[in-house]
Write a protein that binds this ligand. Structure first.
Ligand code: BG6
Length: 500
Protein backbone atom coordinates (compact mmCIF):
# COMPACT_ATOMS: atom_id res chain seq x y z
CA UNK A 1 0.00 0.00 0.00
CA UNK A 2 1.23 3.47 -0.84
CA UNK A 3 0.83 5.28 2.47
CA UNK A 4 1.11 8.65 0.71
CA UNK A 5 -1.78 7.99 -1.59
CA UNK A 6 -5.25 8.45 -0.05
CA UNK A 7 -6.85 6.44 -2.84
CA UNK A 8 -4.86 3.30 -2.38
CA UNK A 9 -5.28 2.45 1.29
CA UNK A 10 -7.16 -0.68 2.13
CA UNK A 11 -8.69 0.26 5.46
CA UNK A 12 -12.00 -1.56 5.59
CA UNK A 13 -13.90 0.95 7.64
CA UNK A 14 -13.43 4.01 5.41
CA UNK A 15 -16.67 5.45 4.09
CA UNK A 16 -17.62 4.06 0.74
CA UNK A 17 -21.15 5.47 0.50
CA UNK A 18 -19.89 8.96 -0.23
CA UNK A 19 -18.51 9.50 -3.71
CA UNK A 20 -14.91 10.38 -4.42
CA UNK A 21 -14.45 14.09 -5.14
CA UNK A 22 -12.17 17.07 -5.38
CA UNK A 23 -12.66 19.87 -2.85
CA UNK A 24 -11.50 23.15 -4.39
CA UNK A 25 -10.95 25.68 -1.66
CA UNK A 26 -10.79 29.37 -2.59
CA UNK A 27 -9.27 31.27 0.33
CA UNK A 28 -7.00 28.41 1.41
CA UNK A 29 -4.64 30.72 3.32
CA UNK A 30 -7.45 32.52 5.14
CA UNK A 31 -8.62 32.41 8.71
CA UNK A 32 -11.74 30.34 8.13
CA UNK A 33 -9.79 27.62 6.32
CA UNK A 34 -7.23 27.52 9.09
CA UNK A 35 -9.58 27.60 12.06
CA UNK A 36 -12.56 25.67 10.77
CA UNK A 37 -12.29 24.02 7.36
CA UNK A 38 -9.07 21.99 7.64
CA UNK A 39 -9.99 20.75 11.12
CA UNK A 40 -13.49 19.92 9.81
CA UNK A 41 -12.12 17.89 6.89
CA UNK A 42 -9.68 16.17 9.22
CA UNK A 43 -12.30 15.20 11.78
CA UNK A 44 -14.56 13.89 9.03
CA UNK A 45 -11.60 11.83 7.86
CA UNK A 46 -10.89 10.48 11.34
CA UNK A 47 -14.57 9.65 11.79
CA UNK A 48 -14.58 7.76 8.47
CA UNK A 49 -16.95 10.22 6.88
CA UNK A 50 -14.69 11.18 3.99
CA UNK A 51 -14.90 9.23 0.77
CA UNK A 52 -12.59 6.37 -0.02
CA UNK A 53 -10.61 8.70 -2.30
CA UNK A 54 -10.53 12.47 -2.36
CA UNK A 55 -8.38 15.39 -3.39
CA UNK A 56 -8.19 18.87 -1.89
CA UNK A 57 -6.84 21.77 -3.91
CA UNK A 58 -6.15 24.94 -1.92
CA UNK A 59 -6.03 28.26 -3.74
CA UNK A 60 -4.57 31.56 -2.60
CA UNK A 61 -2.64 34.57 -3.84
CA UNK A 62 0.43 33.93 -1.68
CA UNK A 63 2.92 31.69 -3.47
CA UNK A 64 3.52 28.52 -1.44
CA UNK A 65 5.08 25.21 -2.36
CA UNK A 66 3.00 22.12 -1.63
CA UNK A 67 5.31 21.31 1.25
CA UNK A 68 4.84 24.70 2.92
CA UNK A 69 1.09 24.47 2.39
CA UNK A 70 0.90 20.98 3.88
CA UNK A 71 2.88 22.17 6.89
CA UNK A 72 0.36 24.98 7.37
CA UNK A 73 -2.58 22.59 7.11
CA UNK A 74 -0.94 20.28 9.63
CA UNK A 75 -0.29 23.21 11.97
CA UNK A 76 -3.95 24.23 11.74
CA UNK A 77 -5.05 20.71 12.72
CA UNK A 78 -2.71 20.66 15.67
CA UNK A 79 -3.99 24.05 16.85
CA UNK A 80 -7.70 23.93 16.11
CA UNK A 81 -8.86 20.33 15.70
CA UNK A 82 -11.57 19.41 18.22
CA UNK A 83 -10.04 15.99 18.70
CA UNK A 84 -6.37 15.18 19.13
CA UNK A 85 -4.42 14.72 15.95
CA UNK A 86 -3.67 11.04 15.48
CA UNK A 87 -0.27 10.38 13.99
CA UNK A 88 -1.58 7.26 12.31
CA UNK A 89 -3.26 8.24 9.06
CA UNK A 90 -2.21 11.89 9.30
CA UNK A 91 0.26 11.73 6.42
CA UNK A 92 -2.27 9.94 4.27
CA UNK A 93 -4.82 12.67 4.99
CA UNK A 94 -2.31 15.41 4.19
CA UNK A 95 -1.24 13.71 1.00
CA UNK A 96 -4.64 14.54 -0.47
CA UNK A 97 -3.76 18.27 -0.42
CA UNK A 98 -2.18 20.34 -3.17
CA UNK A 99 -1.71 24.09 -3.44
CA UNK A 100 -2.13 26.34 -6.45
CA UNK A 101 -1.08 30.01 -6.43
CA UNK A 102 -4.05 31.77 -7.84
CA UNK A 103 -5.35 35.10 -9.05
CA UNK A 104 -9.16 34.89 -9.07
CA UNK A 105 -9.46 37.60 -11.71
CA UNK A 106 -7.07 35.94 -14.21
CA UNK A 107 -8.45 33.33 -16.58
CA UNK A 108 -4.97 31.80 -16.86
CA UNK A 109 -5.13 30.83 -13.18
CA UNK A 110 -8.26 28.77 -13.90
CA UNK A 111 -6.52 26.93 -16.73
CA UNK A 112 -3.72 26.01 -14.36
CA UNK A 113 -6.29 24.93 -11.76
CA UNK A 114 -8.12 22.78 -14.31
CA UNK A 115 -4.87 21.02 -15.19
CA UNK A 116 -4.12 20.32 -11.53
CA UNK A 117 -7.61 19.04 -10.72
CA UNK A 118 -7.58 16.71 -13.72
CA UNK A 119 -4.09 15.46 -12.96
CA UNK A 120 -5.15 14.57 -9.39
CA UNK A 121 -8.35 12.95 -10.66
CA UNK A 122 -6.23 10.70 -12.87
CA UNK A 123 -3.67 9.93 -10.16
CA UNK A 124 -6.30 9.06 -7.58
CA UNK A 125 -8.74 7.55 -10.03
CA UNK A 126 -11.42 9.99 -8.92
CA UNK A 127 -14.77 10.66 -10.54
CA UNK A 128 -15.04 14.26 -11.76
CA UNK A 129 -17.14 15.38 -8.77
CA UNK A 130 -16.13 18.89 -7.73
CA UNK A 131 -17.04 20.75 -4.57
CA UNK A 132 -16.07 24.43 -4.79
CA UNK A 133 -15.81 26.22 -1.45
CA UNK A 134 -15.73 30.02 -1.66
CA UNK A 135 -14.26 31.56 1.46
CA UNK A 136 -13.29 34.85 -0.20
CA UNK A 137 -14.06 38.56 -0.10
CA UNK A 138 -17.71 39.10 -1.18
CA UNK A 139 -16.61 41.09 -4.24
CA UNK A 140 -14.87 38.02 -5.68
CA UNK A 141 -17.77 35.57 -5.54
CA UNK A 142 -19.33 36.44 -8.88
CA UNK A 143 -15.94 36.81 -10.62
CA UNK A 144 -14.93 33.33 -9.47
CA UNK A 145 -18.17 31.60 -10.42
CA UNK A 146 -18.21 33.18 -13.84
CA UNK A 147 -14.55 32.28 -14.46
CA UNK A 148 -15.16 28.71 -13.24
CA UNK A 149 -17.79 28.45 -15.92
CA UNK A 150 -15.88 30.15 -18.77
CA UNK A 151 -12.73 28.14 -18.12
CA UNK A 152 -14.65 24.87 -17.99
CA UNK A 153 -13.39 24.05 -14.46
CA UNK A 154 -16.98 23.65 -13.31
CA UNK A 155 -17.97 21.58 -16.32
CA UNK A 156 -17.17 17.96 -15.78
CA UNK A 157 -18.76 14.57 -16.18
CA UNK A 158 -19.51 14.39 -12.42
CA UNK A 159 -21.54 16.58 -10.09
CA UNK A 160 -20.57 20.12 -9.17
CA UNK A 161 -21.52 22.02 -6.03
CA UNK A 162 -20.74 25.50 -4.83
CA UNK A 163 -20.55 26.40 -1.15
CA UNK A 164 -20.76 30.15 -0.57
CA UNK A 165 -19.93 31.88 2.69
CA UNK A 166 -21.84 34.88 3.96
CA UNK A 167 -22.33 37.76 3.43
CA UNK A 168 -24.60 36.92 0.52
CA UNK A 169 -24.96 40.48 -0.76
CA UNK A 170 -25.20 43.60 1.36
CA UNK A 171 -28.84 44.46 0.66
CA UNK A 172 -31.78 43.10 -1.32
CA UNK A 173 -30.61 44.46 -4.69
CA UNK A 174 -27.00 43.25 -4.36
CA UNK A 175 -28.12 39.83 -3.12
CA UNK A 176 -30.42 39.47 -6.14
CA UNK A 177 -27.68 40.56 -8.48
CA UNK A 178 -25.21 38.14 -6.94
CA UNK A 179 -27.70 35.31 -7.14
CA UNK A 180 -28.35 35.95 -10.81
CA UNK A 181 -24.64 35.80 -11.51
CA UNK A 182 -24.25 32.53 -9.62
CA UNK A 183 -27.18 31.08 -11.50
CA UNK A 184 -25.43 31.56 -14.84
CA UNK A 185 -22.94 28.89 -13.74
CA UNK A 186 -24.76 26.79 -11.10
CA UNK A 187 -28.34 25.60 -10.63
CA UNK A 188 -30.13 26.46 -7.39
CA UNK A 189 -29.77 22.86 -6.22
CA UNK A 190 -26.00 23.09 -6.77
CA UNK A 191 -25.62 26.22 -4.59
CA UNK A 192 -25.05 25.68 -0.86
CA UNK A 193 -25.33 29.00 0.99
CA UNK A 194 -23.70 28.27 4.29
CA UNK A 195 -25.03 29.66 7.56
CA UNK A 196 -23.04 28.04 10.32
CA UNK A 197 -25.90 28.51 12.80
CA UNK A 198 -27.74 25.85 10.80
CA UNK A 199 -24.85 23.53 11.52
CA UNK A 200 -25.07 23.84 15.29
CA UNK A 201 -26.15 20.42 16.55
CA UNK A 202 -28.99 21.76 18.74
CA UNK A 203 -30.43 23.70 15.78
CA UNK A 204 -30.18 20.62 13.56
CA UNK A 205 -31.86 18.49 16.20
CA UNK A 206 -34.65 20.89 17.15
CA UNK A 207 -37.31 19.17 15.10
CA UNK A 208 -36.33 15.66 16.13
CA UNK A 209 -36.10 16.66 19.76
CA UNK A 210 -39.71 17.73 19.76
CA UNK A 211 -40.85 14.75 17.70
CA UNK A 212 -39.29 12.17 19.99
CA UNK A 213 -40.41 13.86 23.21
CA UNK A 214 -44.20 13.88 23.39
CA UNK A 215 -43.89 16.01 26.53
CA UNK A 216 -42.07 18.75 24.64
CA UNK A 217 -44.38 18.32 21.69
CA UNK A 218 -47.39 18.92 23.89
CA UNK A 219 -45.86 22.21 25.02
CA UNK A 220 -45.79 23.34 21.41
CA UNK A 221 -49.30 24.58 21.69
CA UNK A 222 -50.17 28.12 20.76
CA UNK A 223 -52.66 28.20 23.63
CA UNK A 224 -49.78 27.71 26.07
CA UNK A 225 -46.91 29.79 24.65
CA UNK A 226 -46.84 33.44 25.74
CA UNK A 227 -43.75 34.48 23.77
CA UNK A 228 -40.52 33.18 22.29
CA UNK A 229 -37.15 34.83 22.95
CA UNK A 230 -34.07 34.23 20.83
CA UNK A 231 -30.75 35.56 22.09
CA UNK A 232 -27.31 35.47 20.48
CA UNK A 233 -25.08 37.38 22.82
CA UNK A 234 -21.34 37.68 22.38
CA UNK A 235 -18.55 38.99 24.57
CA UNK A 236 -16.19 39.70 21.68
CA UNK A 237 -16.07 43.15 20.16
CA UNK A 238 -15.32 44.09 16.58
CA UNK A 239 -11.82 42.57 16.87
CA UNK A 240 -9.78 43.17 13.70
CA UNK A 241 -12.78 43.18 11.38
CA UNK A 242 -13.68 46.87 11.39
CA UNK A 243 -13.34 47.21 7.60
CA UNK A 244 -16.14 44.69 7.10
CA UNK A 245 -18.15 45.10 10.30
CA UNK A 246 -18.46 48.87 10.28
CA UNK A 247 -20.32 48.58 6.99
CA UNK A 248 -22.32 45.49 7.92
CA UNK A 249 -23.40 46.09 11.50
CA UNK A 250 -25.24 43.51 13.59
CA UNK A 251 -28.24 43.82 11.29
CA UNK A 252 -26.39 42.32 8.30
CA UNK A 253 -23.79 40.32 10.22
CA UNK A 254 -26.20 38.46 12.51
CA UNK A 255 -29.87 39.34 12.00
CA UNK A 256 -30.35 38.92 8.23
CA UNK A 257 -28.87 35.43 8.38
CA UNK A 258 -28.31 33.69 11.74
CA UNK A 259 -31.14 35.29 13.73
CA UNK A 260 -33.77 34.94 11.02
CA UNK A 261 -32.65 31.36 10.39
CA UNK A 262 -33.13 30.67 14.11
CA UNK A 263 -36.60 32.23 13.90
CA UNK A 264 -37.46 29.97 10.96
CA UNK A 265 -36.08 26.83 12.61
CA UNK A 266 -37.90 27.60 15.88
CA UNK A 267 -41.19 28.32 14.17
CA UNK A 268 -41.05 25.29 11.84
CA UNK A 269 -43.16 22.97 13.92
CA UNK A 270 -43.75 20.14 11.47
CA UNK A 271 -46.06 17.36 12.62
CA UNK A 272 -43.83 14.48 11.44
CA UNK A 273 -40.24 13.78 10.38
CA UNK A 274 -40.09 16.03 7.36
CA UNK A 275 -38.28 15.67 4.07
CA UNK A 276 -35.74 18.38 3.17
CA UNK A 277 -38.13 19.83 0.63
CA UNK A 278 -40.93 20.18 3.20
CA UNK A 279 -38.57 21.91 5.63
CA UNK A 280 -37.53 24.39 2.95
CA UNK A 281 -41.10 25.08 1.92
CA UNK A 282 -42.15 25.61 5.51
CA UNK A 283 -39.22 27.96 6.16
CA UNK A 284 -40.24 30.03 3.16
CA UNK A 285 -43.84 30.07 4.45
CA UNK A 286 -42.61 31.39 7.76
CA UNK A 287 -40.58 34.16 6.15
CA UNK A 288 -43.60 35.08 4.06
CA UNK A 289 -45.69 35.27 7.19
CA UNK A 290 -43.12 37.36 9.09
CA UNK A 291 -44.81 40.70 9.54
CA UNK A 292 -42.68 43.60 8.24
CA UNK A 293 -41.82 46.24 10.84
CA UNK A 294 -43.70 49.26 9.54
CA UNK A 295 -42.17 52.72 9.63
CA UNK A 296 -44.61 53.83 12.33
CA UNK A 297 -43.59 50.88 14.54
CA UNK A 298 -39.84 51.34 14.21
CA UNK A 299 -39.50 53.10 17.54
CA UNK A 300 -41.57 50.56 19.44
CA UNK A 301 -40.45 47.32 17.79
CA UNK A 302 -36.76 47.79 17.09
CA UNK A 303 -33.71 48.86 19.08
CA UNK A 304 -30.34 49.56 17.52
CA UNK A 305 -27.40 49.97 19.84
CA UNK A 306 -23.67 50.47 19.85
CA UNK A 307 -21.34 49.60 22.72
CA UNK A 308 -19.67 52.31 24.71
CA UNK A 309 -16.66 51.67 26.88
CA UNK A 310 -17.10 49.41 29.84
CA UNK A 311 -15.82 46.59 31.92
CA UNK A 312 -15.76 43.00 30.78
CA UNK A 313 -14.75 40.34 33.29
CA UNK A 314 -12.98 43.03 35.35
CA UNK A 315 -11.01 44.46 32.42
CA UNK A 316 -11.62 47.92 30.94
CA UNK A 317 -12.59 47.66 27.29
CA UNK A 318 -12.87 50.51 24.78
CA UNK A 319 -16.01 51.84 23.16
CA UNK A 320 -16.81 50.65 19.63
CA UNK A 321 -15.81 54.05 18.26
CA UNK A 322 -12.40 53.72 19.88
CA UNK A 323 -11.69 50.32 18.34
CA UNK A 324 -8.93 50.13 15.70
CA UNK A 325 -10.23 51.00 12.24
CA UNK A 326 -13.61 52.34 13.42
CA UNK A 327 -14.31 56.02 12.63
CA UNK A 328 -15.02 58.16 15.69
CA UNK A 329 -18.31 59.22 14.15
CA UNK A 330 -19.45 55.67 13.31
CA UNK A 331 -23.22 55.16 13.52
CA UNK A 332 -22.85 51.42 13.10
CA UNK A 333 -25.05 49.03 15.11
CA UNK A 334 -23.38 46.41 17.30
CA UNK A 335 -26.67 45.43 18.95
CA UNK A 336 -30.18 44.78 17.65
CA UNK A 337 -33.32 43.82 19.51
CA UNK A 338 -36.70 43.46 17.86
CA UNK A 339 -40.26 42.32 18.40
CA UNK A 340 -41.53 40.14 15.58
CA UNK A 341 -44.81 38.51 14.69
CA UNK A 342 -45.39 35.54 12.44
CA UNK A 343 -48.85 35.91 11.02
CA UNK A 344 -49.71 32.27 10.45
CA UNK A 345 -52.32 30.14 12.14
CA UNK A 346 -49.98 28.69 14.75
CA UNK A 347 -47.97 31.72 15.81
CA UNK A 348 -50.59 34.43 15.37
CA UNK A 349 -50.37 36.91 18.23
CA UNK A 350 -47.34 35.25 19.89
CA UNK A 351 -44.41 37.69 19.90
CA UNK A 352 -40.90 36.54 18.99
CA UNK A 353 -38.36 38.79 20.71
CA UNK A 354 -34.89 38.59 19.22
CA UNK A 355 -31.66 40.23 20.35
CA UNK A 356 -28.05 39.99 19.39
CA UNK A 357 -25.04 42.06 20.31
CA UNK A 358 -21.31 42.24 20.70
CA UNK A 359 -19.46 43.05 23.92
CA UNK A 360 -22.26 41.80 26.15
CA UNK A 361 -21.77 40.19 29.53
CA UNK A 362 -21.78 36.60 28.32
CA UNK A 363 -21.52 34.34 25.32
CA UNK A 364 -24.79 32.53 24.90
CA UNK A 365 -27.07 31.52 22.07
CA UNK A 366 -30.43 30.30 23.26
CA UNK A 367 -34.12 30.00 22.55
CA UNK A 368 -36.56 30.48 25.41
CA UNK A 369 -40.26 29.67 25.29
CA UNK A 370 -42.19 31.51 27.96
CA UNK A 371 -45.51 29.95 28.87
CA UNK A 372 -48.72 31.67 29.77
CA UNK A 373 -49.76 32.14 33.36
CA UNK A 374 -52.08 29.88 35.29
CA UNK A 375 -55.53 29.26 33.87
CA UNK A 376 -58.10 31.78 35.01
CA UNK A 377 -60.23 29.23 36.88
CA UNK A 378 -57.49 29.33 39.54
CA UNK A 379 -57.86 33.08 39.94
CA UNK A 380 -59.03 32.76 43.53
CA UNK A 381 -55.69 31.19 44.45
CA UNK A 382 -52.83 33.71 44.76
CA UNK A 383 -49.62 32.06 45.92
CA UNK A 384 -46.57 34.28 46.19
CA UNK A 385 -43.32 34.08 44.29
CA UNK A 386 -44.60 32.50 41.09
CA UNK A 387 -42.62 32.94 37.89
CA UNK A 388 -43.57 31.87 34.38
CA UNK A 389 -42.76 28.36 33.23
CA UNK A 390 -39.91 28.43 30.74
CA UNK A 391 -38.47 25.96 28.28
CA UNK A 392 -34.87 26.98 27.59
CA UNK A 393 -32.90 25.52 24.72
CA UNK A 394 -29.25 26.48 25.09
CA UNK A 395 -27.57 26.18 21.70
CA UNK A 396 -24.02 27.32 22.45
CA UNK A 397 -21.46 27.40 23.86
CA UNK A 398 -23.08 24.66 25.93
CA UNK A 399 -25.97 22.54 24.86
CA UNK A 400 -28.82 21.93 27.25
CA UNK A 401 -32.56 21.82 27.72
CA UNK A 402 -33.98 23.36 30.88
CA UNK A 403 -37.43 23.63 32.27
CA UNK A 404 -38.30 26.29 34.82
CA UNK A 405 -41.10 25.33 37.16
CA UNK A 406 -42.43 26.76 40.44
CA UNK A 407 -41.47 24.84 43.57
CA UNK A 408 -42.57 25.50 47.13
CA UNK A 409 -39.84 26.31 49.60
CA UNK A 410 -41.00 24.54 52.79
CA UNK A 411 -39.02 26.89 55.06
CA UNK A 412 -40.77 30.04 53.81
CA UNK A 413 -43.87 28.43 52.40
CA UNK A 414 -43.40 30.60 49.33
CA UNK A 415 -43.07 29.45 45.76
CA UNK A 416 -39.90 30.09 43.88
CA UNK A 417 -38.77 29.27 40.36
CA UNK A 418 -36.60 26.21 40.10
CA UNK A 419 -34.89 24.87 36.99
CA UNK A 420 -34.22 21.32 35.89
CA UNK A 421 -31.51 21.05 33.26
CA UNK A 422 -30.53 18.24 30.94
CA UNK A 423 -27.15 18.68 29.34
CA UNK A 424 -25.34 16.89 26.57
CA UNK A 425 -21.64 16.26 26.65
CA UNK A 426 -20.42 18.66 23.98
CA UNK A 427 -16.73 18.26 24.68
CA UNK A 428 -15.94 16.37 21.50
CA UNK A 429 -19.02 16.70 19.36
CA UNK A 430 -18.78 17.53 15.65
CA UNK A 431 -18.52 21.21 14.88
CA UNK A 432 -21.00 23.09 12.71
CA UNK A 433 -18.63 23.24 9.74
CA UNK A 434 -18.01 19.53 9.92
CA UNK A 435 -21.70 18.66 9.80
CA UNK A 436 -22.36 21.13 7.00
CA UNK A 437 -19.38 20.07 4.87
CA UNK A 438 -20.46 16.48 5.23
CA UNK A 439 -24.02 17.33 4.18
CA UNK A 440 -22.73 19.20 1.13
CA UNK A 441 -20.55 16.22 0.19
CA UNK A 442 -23.62 14.01 0.37
CA UNK A 443 -25.70 16.51 -1.62
CA UNK A 444 -28.05 17.22 1.28
CA UNK A 445 -28.99 20.91 1.34
CA UNK A 446 -31.49 20.74 4.24
CA UNK A 447 -29.33 22.85 6.53
CA UNK A 448 -28.25 25.40 3.95
CA UNK A 449 -30.13 28.59 3.15
CA UNK A 450 -31.96 28.38 -0.15
CA UNK A 451 -32.36 31.42 -2.36
CA UNK A 452 -35.99 32.10 -1.51
CA UNK A 453 -35.20 32.23 2.24
CA UNK A 454 -32.25 34.52 1.64
CA UNK A 455 -34.24 36.79 -0.64
CA UNK A 456 -37.16 37.00 1.80
CA UNK A 457 -34.76 37.76 4.67
CA UNK A 458 -33.22 40.64 2.75
CA UNK A 459 -36.68 41.82 1.76
CA UNK A 460 -37.69 41.88 5.43
CA UNK A 461 -34.48 43.66 6.46
CA UNK A 462 -34.36 46.18 3.60
CA UNK A 463 -36.67 48.85 5.10
CA UNK A 464 -34.68 48.63 8.34
CA UNK A 465 -31.40 49.20 6.49
CA UNK A 466 -32.93 52.26 4.88
CA UNK A 467 -34.21 53.58 8.20
CA UNK A 468 -30.73 53.12 9.72
CA UNK A 469 -29.10 54.81 6.76
CA UNK A 470 -31.40 57.81 7.07
CA UNK A 471 -31.03 57.82 10.86
CA UNK A 472 -34.76 57.46 11.40
CA UNK A 473 -34.12 55.33 14.47
CA UNK A 474 -32.01 56.50 17.40
CA UNK A 475 -28.69 54.74 17.96
CA UNK A 476 -28.57 54.03 21.68
CA UNK A 477 -25.43 53.08 23.57
CA UNK A 478 -24.84 50.38 26.13
CA UNK A 479 -21.79 49.83 28.30
CA UNK A 480 -19.49 47.03 27.15
CA UNK A 481 -19.90 44.08 29.50
CA UNK A 482 -23.59 44.83 30.22
CA UNK A 483 -26.70 42.91 29.20
CA UNK A 484 -27.47 45.49 26.49
CA UNK A 485 -29.22 48.85 26.22
CA UNK A 486 -31.91 49.75 28.73
CA UNK A 487 -34.15 50.53 25.75
CA UNK A 488 -34.12 46.81 24.89
CA UNK A 489 -35.44 46.04 28.38
CA UNK A 490 -38.14 48.63 27.85
CA UNK A 491 -39.12 47.01 24.54
CA UNK A 492 -40.26 43.96 26.48
CA UNK A 493 -41.41 45.84 29.56
CA UNK A 494 -43.98 47.56 27.31
CA UNK A 495 -45.49 44.08 26.88
CA UNK A 496 -45.03 43.30 30.62
CA UNK A 497 -42.32 40.79 29.77
CA UNK A 498 -38.68 40.27 30.84
CA UNK A 499 -35.79 38.99 28.79
CA UNK A 500 -34.74 35.56 29.94
C1 BG6 B 1 -20.34 35.19 12.34
C2 BG6 B 1 -20.28 36.69 12.47
O1 BG6 B 1 -21.13 34.83 11.25
O2 BG6 B 1 -20.91 34.65 13.54
C3 BG6 B 1 -19.46 37.10 13.68
O3 BG6 B 1 -19.70 37.25 11.29
C4 BG6 B 1 -20.01 36.42 14.92
O4 BG6 B 1 -19.47 38.50 13.85
C5 BG6 B 1 -20.16 34.92 14.69
O5 BG6 B 1 -19.08 36.66 15.96
C6 BG6 B 1 -20.87 34.28 15.87
O6 BG6 B 1 -20.84 32.90 15.72
P1 BG6 B 1 -20.88 31.94 16.98
O7 BG6 B 1 -20.92 30.56 16.40
O8 BG6 B 1 -19.64 32.22 17.79
O9 BG6 B 1 -22.11 32.30 17.75
Amino acid sequence: MDSKNPSSHTEEKRNTSIQGMTVVLFGATGDLAKRKLYPALYNLYVDNKMPEAFSVVGLGRTPYTDDVFLAKVEQSLRTYSRGNVQEEGLQRFLSAFRYCTFDATELKSYEKLKGLIEQRERELNLPENRLFYLSVAPGLIDVITSNLNTSGVSQSSGWKRLIVEKPFGSDLASARELNEKLRTAFHEDEIYRIDHYLGKPMVQNLETLILVNPVLDSLFNHKLIANVQITASETVGVETRAAYYDKAGAIRDMVQNHMLQLVMMTALHLPKKAQPEEIRTQKVNIMEALRPIQEENLQTDLIRGQYGKGDLFGIDVPAYREEPGVPLSSMNDTYIAARLFIDNEFWKGIPFYIRTGKRLDKKSTRIVFEFKERPTHLEDYHPEGLAPNLLILEISPNESISLQVNMKDPSTNRFQPSTITFTTNTSNQPEAYELLLHDAMLGNATFFANWKEVELSWQWIQPLLEAFEANRLPLVTYPAGSTGPKEAKQLLANDHVNWW
